[in-house]
Design a protein around this ligand. Structure first.
Ligand SMILES: [Zn+2]
Length: 113
């Protein structure tokens, strides 16, 4: 089984994804491009994880970026370059958050806009 992407030696398999992965078709390549730079932390959620109800602990990683009016994703580090090229466009904050349950290893993607 080949993982979709690997973050800090942690494998993320399509089979373990909790939602419909096809809804994240444009997000997965962004994560794959950045996977080596993402840092995973362990965080506690307030409620037990829905997937197995066994733990509140999750591996958590995020990618902070922006979406322009044409729905292009721009990494935070590319903002300067983007502005030089396109000027002062209106950009929406767009954070891709990845949570992986420490008990059953199921994972989700949550987008914060
Ligand atoms: Zn779980």
């Amino acid at each position: 089984m080949k993982p979709l992407f690997v973050i800090q030696d942690e494998m993320f398999y399509k089979e373990d994804f909790l939602d419909d992965i096809t809804e994240y078709d444009d997000i997965i390549p962004i994560i794959q491009e950045r996977a080596k730079l993402i840092k995973l932390d362990i965080i506690e959620c307030t409620d037990l994880n829905d997937c197995c109800n066994k733990t509140k602990s999750n591996l958590y990683g995020e990618i902070v970026g922006y979406i322009d009016e044409e729905e292009n994703f721009i990494f935070q580090e590319e903002i300067e370059e983007y502005r030089k090229q396109y000027g002062e466009k209106f950009l929406n904050l767009y954070v891709i958050r990845i949570y992986k349950c420490l008990s059953c290893k199921k994972w989700i993607i949550d987008i914060m806009e």
